[in-house]
Design a protein around this ligand. Structure first.
Ligand code: ZN
Length: 397
């Protein structure tokens, strides 16, 4: 018997095989937003898996360029990318769009501690950490805790690796840190130059094998979060794998500590669609004063804004308005007249209020990224106000 030809052949769907799994929620995966911090060895594998699994919107945060030694552990990078001195985030985005044209990708060539607003974290279903330094992990942890998001940390060394899942009120990266870890973090915190602050001391030997194992598990955990499967997630636990001896261990993370500074949820969050990082300090304060019906609204910053520096020996004083994390060593060296001269910060603030000397400066110029959530003091109260006017900042393509 001749087969009847269908006039409307069923459209091929990327995830039709996954749909055969009873637990798979195709629409939720397609609609999900996942942030990947770090596009190195782990990041490459995580991004490849997210694209293959059809995760709809992927945000890549990385500020590095591709170097030759990355190639042996990075499935998405080619020698030509390295010769062209291309950015890891750009190349990774291009390649995963090639792998699965259904996924939309956005990149932020920036630093996780400065350039990604809290509102961006808030819009993610999950955040995946693919980094090799504690300070950046601490920031991701604090940001995620503030907006109630789970983050999935991965780390690799030699043939070993580990994955930990941190969910607010269940587990917290900072609560797991030892005193030695804090010494390392504080040393880096004191270093204003972002590039130096992010560099890891001595390169850690890793292989594409451990990164593909750990990254695969990270994505699997992210899919559980997207599916709302909290019971079977690794939240509150760490999984450790050592490939040489096939040693595997899973253990509970340290319990939450009461005095931990990371446990600071921003709740409730006020969405201010008229505010954005492109508004000036003066305009923003005026809006906040009107909204909260006060005259003394103040924006509390997590970093300092430097207003004046001086050279120690020649006692030259320079006025400036620069977010301290933007003040690179190079810029400070340019100010020092004599070689060997040191520059000291003589005036800095960490609050933007009516007394701020440069009310015309845009928030963005003072280290406040788009879609950030401001911590605002009005009278005796603290409020959390999102720069929702930056909503279009997330525009995956
Ligand atoms: Zn904690």
């Amino acid at each position: 018997m001749a087969r009847k030809l269908s006039l409307h052949p069923k459209k091929k769907e990327w995830d039709q095989t996954f749909q055969m799994m009873s637990w798979w929620k195709a629409d939720e995966v397609r609609a999900a937003q996942v942030m990947v911090v770090g596009a190195g060895a782990l990041g490459n594998e995580v991004l490849k898996n997210l694209a293959l699994m059809n995760v709809g919107r992927i945000l890549i945060v990385d500020f590095d360029r591709i170097e030759y030694h990355n190639l042996s552990r990075s499935v998405l990078f080619r020698e030509s990318d390295c010769e062209a001195n291309r950015l890891k985030a750009d190349v990774a985005a291009e390649r995963i769009r090639e792998i699965n044209p259904n996924v939309k990708v956005q990149t932020i060539q920036g630093d996780i501690m400065l350039d990604v607003g809290l509102g961006v974290f808030r819009r993610m279903q999950a955040v995946i950490g693919c980094l090799d330094n504690r300070l950046a992990r601490m920031y991701i942890n604090r940001h995620c805790y503030k907006v109630g998001r789970t983050w999935i940390d991965g780390g690799i060394e030699n043939l070993a690796g580990q994955i930990s899942v941190y969910t607010p009120d269940v587990s917290c990266y900072e609560c797991t840190l030892s005193q030695g870890d804090w010494v390392n973090i504080n040393a880096k915190l004191g270093c204003p130059d972002v590039a130096r602050r992010n560099s890891s001391q001595g390169r850690v030997p890793t292989t594409p094998i451990s990164s593909s194992i750990i990254a695969a598990m990270q994505v699997q955990e992210a899919l559980k979060v997207i599916h709302g499967n909290h019971e079977q997630s690794l939240a509150g636990q760490r999984f450790y794998y050592e490939g040489m001896s096939n040693f595997i261990m899973q253990f509970k993370l340290a319990p939450l500590q009461e005095d931990c500074l990371a446990h600071f949820p921003y709740d409730p969050i006020i969405e201010a669609s008229t505010l954005s990082a492109d508004r000036s300090v003066g305009e923003t304060l005026a809006w906040l004063n009107a909204y909260f019906e006060v005259e003394d609204a103040a924006i509390e910053l997590d970093h300092e804004v430097v207003l004046e520096v001086a050279t120690r020996k020649t006692e030259q004083v320079y006025e400036m308005v620069v977010a301290k994390p933007h003040l690179t060593d190079k810029r400070l060296r340019e100010l020092a007249v004599d070689p060997g001269e040191t520059v000291v910060f003589t005036k800095e603030v960490n609050v933007l209020d009516a007394s701020f000397p440069a009310p015309d400066r845009k928030l963005r110029e003072l280290g406040i990224p788009p879609l950030h959530i401001l911590r605002v003091r009005a009278g005796d109260d603290i409020h959390f106000v999102e720069l929702t006017g930056d909503e279009a900042f997330l525009n995956y393509t």
